[in-house]
Design a protein around this ligand. Structure first.
Ligand code: NDP
Length: 250
């Protein structure tokens, strides 16, 4: 099982990997893990100062120097995604990996009580931004050899649940996009998969389950084996699949 994967230290040496929502939670842990395994990571997120903190932590770990790209995915347009692609083209000429991780929770309300504008914002950040960024970056991903694109799903992206409306539908849409892209690239020039991290100790989890004792929830660092496996050479040939980063709870 991928959650037991033991990555070689040089797994991602020489790779260029972009992580969205790299400033906090699971995205920060993934950026650190990819950098520690040799990748040059491009840290994309909303807050420059929080991204700089992650940048400093990667430098302190003596990992390859990262790059920073502040961008608010809520307001980002196709033009902004084009700028990301142009800057990466100029700096690296290719992209070997892309982790779509940034998301917002939105409102925990019934469909009947949901605000349509809030629902649309959640779809924009969690789904449409991933679509736009992927579209813009496809040529750079194709310039790599067998690049890996990883989408972040959720258990409610695979089975609907009351009062998870916008977030849940954004994750269903994400799973659909992953499958469509995998089918469009079934020649395996690029691969597309999704990860459901499972309950993980972050600010989003605290917002969704305020009554829960965070100490009982696994840390972002503990779920990194699946994130590393899907980015690296040991998952070559795998595409169109939905993974869980944690084994099912007993
Ligand atoms: P956090 O809320 O801790 O972190 C979210 C990250 O996304 C932050 O870096 C945040 O940036 C960034 N982000 C949010 N909105 C925007 C925006 N408009 N523009 C740019 N960046 C933005 O979440 P988690 O680490 O918990 O979640 C990571 C992923 O895992 C998400 O896709 C989530 O849906 C999924 N997930 C998490 C679970 C959990 O239990 N934690 C369970 C199932 C799925 P900033 O620092 O600026 O806010």
């Amino acid at each position: 099982c991928q959650s037991d994967y033991q990555p070689p230290v040089d797994l991602l040496a020489g790779k260029v990997i972009l992580v969205t929502g790299a400033s906090a939670g699971i995205g920060r842990a993934a950026a650190m893990a990819y950098a520690r395994h040799g990748a040059t990571v491009v840290l994309l997120g909303r807050s420059l100062s929080r991204l700089e903190t992650v940048y400093d932590a990667i430098e302190a770990a003596k990992a390859p120097q990262p790059a920073i790209f502040p961008l608010n995915l809520e307001s980002a347009t196709a033009q902004d995604f084009g700028v990301v692609a142009a800057k990466l083209e100029q700096a690296f000429g290719r992209l070997d990996g892309l982790l779509h991780n940034a998301s917002m929770l939105g409102e925990r309300k019934s469909v009947a009580a949901s605000d349509l504008e809030v629902w649309a914002r959640v779809m924009q950040v969690n789904f449409t931004a991933s679509l736009g960024l992927t579209q813009a970056l496809l040529p750079l991903l194709e310039a790599s050899t067998n690049a890996s694109v990883v989408f972040t799903s959720s258990s409610v992206g695979r089975r609907g649940r009351a009062e998870w409306g916008a977030y849940s539908t954004s994750k269903f849409a994400t799973e659909g996009l992953m499958q469509i892209l995998a089918d469009e690239y079934r020649d395996l020039t690029l691969r597309f998969n999704s990860i459901n991290p499972g309950g993980t100790r972050t600010a989003m989890r605290r917002a969704a389950y305020p009554q829960e004792d965070p100490q009982r929830v696994p840390t972002p660092e503990s779920i990194m084996p699946t994130y590393l496996w899907l980015m690296g050479r040991d998952s070559r040939g795998t595409t169109g699949e939905a993974f869980d980063a944690q084994p099912p709870r007993q």
